[in-house]
Write a protein that binds this ligand. Structure first.
Ligand code: NDP
Length: 449
């Protein structure tokens, strides 16, 4: 049994109730084989055992009062996974499915993603099982204040800098920041994704969606292809999906789908991003509203999806951008995409493809950009926001966007060259995992036990 297999077996015994965490670890450990074989020092320093155990995992109670005056109790978490190369950094997710296992998967992924950006940031993730759907503005505010009343003790501009994720956008970051400031009397870059009025960075809102398109462009350029005039499918209808569609349209590609947890839109004329923003960002409505506003757009409720599978993946396309959530694209979906001629998959969401779907894409040698490389634009731009806060500056949109594009190009080059170095030039899963791992592992060794 190899070193990686031994570590994996041990984790399976210890954390059998955290399947998505085990899935994320397995994907990474499988692709680290060649670097572990070449460098026994990693086993001697027990790097895998140390990397797969968070430095600190906080769990706390969040009490708040709803509009009817009733007391509500939620669970809050922050996983400070690894700080070898910088302060902890990673988003906060508000979704009823949130638990320790989901946040450990996200925090673990974040270590390698942050390392790949080339910036000095460690890995973390947090959130709560609070469900923001159907809550009033005041309820969201009271929850955010209660959540921060515990979290503030553990974060700081050079300690741990949270950002948004599912269910956490500009509004929530504003309420969290206001409470942090009130509790600490400090005006500092402790959260990213802030409003531009109080320390936010231009282009942060757009960064993950734009970044995933920049990454796809880099992969395709290396193959002598491009997205221009190509049909694309996008899943999700939140922050990442909206700005992925916007950038695709800007570069002359045609995104024809978006989806949320209740259904999907197929719009053969190309997604109308202004209408999508109105429906999702301002009205916070269902996608049925998009179909009401755009003639020719077709809405399919999730209940009508064939065999419960996301119908987005059965729309023939040149490129696919999963931008909703984990495990939203399975082996059958991967086969359908490939059979319909899909040549590029770039992941905006974290771990949207199941392990067997990932293997299918790698085997087919299409341009496949795994999440930790393709969606790193969000956290990279968050770090640019930290840089601006620390130096009391604000850069214009074009400056931040140009830095983002450069970072995405660098991530692609780093992953592609590392894949080549280890003998599998088309395998960006291997390239991204090894490149992200090497920097963190070497930093851990250099810092001693
Ligand atoms: P949002 O909350 O803005 O949007 C999430 C979208 O995905 C919504 O349309 C939501 O639909 C849909 N969705 C969520 N869960 C499910 C589900 N179980 N089934 C079907 N649809 C679902 O989140 P973001 O756009 O910020 O995040 C999307 C993905 O991108 C996540 O995986 C996140 O971790 C990842 N990511 C985000 C970054 C960022 O900067 N925001 C950075 C890097 C990665 P509904 O509203 O109906 O629930």
């Amino acid at each position: 049994m190899t070193y990686a297999e031994k570590v994996m077996e041990n984790l399976r015994e210890k954390y059998s109730w955290q399947p998505v965490f085990l899935q994320a670890v397995q994907e990474v450990l499988q692709s680290l084989k060649p670097i572990l074989e070449k460098n026994p020092v990693y086993e001697r320093y027990r790097i895998l055992e140390r990397l797969t155990e968070p430095e600190r995992a906080l769990s706390f109670r969040v009490d708040w009062v709803n509009d009817k005056g009733e007391i509500q109790v939620n669970r809050g978490y922050r996983i400070q996974f690894n700080s070898a190369i910088g302060p902890y950094k990673g988003g906060l997710r508000l979704h009823p499915s949130v638990n320790m296992g989901i946040l450990k998967f996200l925090g673990f992924e974040q270590i390698f993603k942050n390392s790949l950006t080339g910036l000095p940031i460690g890995g973390a993730k947090g959130g709560s099982d609070f469900d923001p759907k159907g809550k009033s503005d005041l309820e969201i505010m009271r929850f955010c204040q209660a959540f921060m009343t515990e979290l503030y003790k553990h974060i700081g501009a050079t300690i741990d800098v949270p950002a948004g994720d599912i269910g956490v956008g500009g509004r929530e970051i504003g309420y969290l920041y206001g409470q942090y400031k009130k509790l600490t009397n400090r005006y500092e870059g402790v959260l990213t994704g802030k409003n531009i009025l109080f320390g936010g960075s231009l282009a942060r809102t757009e960064a993950t969606g734009y970044g995933v398109v920049y990454f796809a462009m880099a992969m395709l350029q290396a193959r002598g292809e491009s997205l221009k005039d190509k049909i694309c499918v996008v899943s999700g209808a939140g922050n990442v999906a909206i700005y992925c569609c916007q950038k695709l349209l800007e570069i002359g590609a045609k995104p024809v789908t978006v989806s949320d947890s209740r259904g999907m839109i197929y719009d053969p004329a190309g997604i109308n991003v202004e209408v999508l923003q109105q429906v999702k960002e301002r009205e916070r409505a269902s996608l049925t509203r998009y179909a009401e506003l755009v003639s020719g757009a077709k809405y399919t409720p999730a209940a009508d999806y064939p065999e419960g599978r996301n119908a987005v993946w059965s729309v023939p396309c040149f490129a696919a951008f999963p931008c909703a959530t984990q495990n939203e694209l399975n082996l059958a979906d991967a086969k359908t995409l490939l059979a319909n001629g899909c040549k590029c998959v770039a992941e905006g969401a974290n771990m949207p493809s199941t392990l067997d779907a990932v293997h299918e894409f790698v085997k087919a040698k299409i341009a496949y950009g795994p999440a930790k490389a393709a969606n790193a634009g969000g956290v990279a731009t968050s770090q640019l926001e930290m840089e601006q806060n620390a130096s009391m500056q604000s850069w214009d949109f074009a400056t931040v966007d140009a830095k983002l594009k450069q970072i995405m190009d660098n991530i692609y080059t780093n992953a592609a060259e590392t894949a080549k170095e280890f003998g599998e030039p088309d395998n960006l899963v291997m390239g991204a995992n090894i490149a992200g791992f090497r920097k963190v592992a070497d930093a851990m060794i250099a810092q001693g036990i």
